[in-house]
Design a protein around this ligand. Structure first.
Ligand code: SAM
Length: 250
């Protein structure tokens, strides 16, 4: 079943253009997902298609009008739910949230601009708010595209190769192991010898060890969340006790 994603935005081309490129574009062609972009400006009743106004109470900047957003939502009864607004004050987006969204039949993303969206539009039609993190973007489009790309990659067939996302960072609560490609020596740095050994079982254990060691070093919070090491993982670390530094063969 194809995942339906609606995006409500003032910059429809920016969203459509990225969404038809590379992984997202190919996944659309394969029917993994379908994009419905709604230009909020089309719902403006103003001859100049104005969609912003000054804030009540004064202050800097403009506010995205509520009425065009409400009309945009009402214009398409098939619009996917939940309707999620991208805002800096929303729940922080993460792999787990992407996984949640990837199990839905669809969802819609409302992109803000200016100083933000009239609160009444959020209160009336928005089901949830998501934030990309503790920083401020100029608009919700980049945030929406981040959400879309990370979710579509998790859908069956999203990458054309379902195994890839399980092995990736966060797929099993760990950071990924390091990657190497040709040449075997790059500016004096060697590929870890084990990767050229042909011993696939040992390579698997080495990769797992690098993944565990990296996560322990860089993201102890992730280790804590998954409840530390299993006995099997401890055995792997006994075999490969230290991070393999590039250039140090062994
Ligand atoms: N005045 C707002 C504030 O201080 O919270 C920031 C508004 S921002 C300039 C304009 C729009 O960008 C927001 O309405 C939202 O849609 C989007 N945006 C900005 N930062 C974001 C973030 N961290 N996550 C998701 N969307 C964000």
């Amino acid at each position: 079943m194809s995942l339906r994603i609606d995006v409500l935005t003032l910059f429809p081309e920016a969203v459509s253009q990225y969404a038809t490129t590379s992984v997202l574009g190919r996944a659309q062609e394969r029917g993994v997902w379908q994009l419905h972009v709604h230009d909020i400006r089309d719902a403006s009743d103003d001859p100049h298609r104005t969609v912003d106004d000054t804030p009540f109470g004064g202050g800097a900047g403009m506010v995205l009008l509520g009425e065009p957003i409400l009309r945009t939502v009402e214009s398409d009864p098939g619009m996917a739910r939940p309707l999620i607004a991208l805002t800096p004050s929303g729940r922080t987006f993460s792999h787990d949230v992407a996984l949640e969204l990837s199990h839905l039949e669809g969802f819609s993303l409302l992109c803000g601009r200016y100083e933000g969206i009239d609160q009444r539009a959020l209160d009336l039609v928005v089901d949830e708010e998501l934030s990309l993190g503790d920083f401020v973007l100029a608009g919700g489009e980049l945030a929406a595209l981040c959400v879309i790309e990370s979710v579509v990659r998790l859908r069956p067939g999203g990458l054309g190769n379902d195994e890839s996302t399980l092995q990736e960072s966060f797929g099993d609560g760990l950071l990924e192991y390091p990657h190497y490609t040709r040449p075997a020596q790059l500016r004096g740095l060697n590929v870890p010898e084990i990767l050229r050994s042909g011993d696939h079982a040992r390579i698997l254990r080495w990769r797992r060890a690098q993944s565990l060691l990296r996560t322990m070093a860089l993201r102890p919070d992730l280790m804590e969340r998954r409840g530390g090491l299993s006995a099997h993982e401890q055995a792997i670390l006994d075999e490969f006790p230290a991070l393999d530094e590039t250039g140090q063969n062994g």
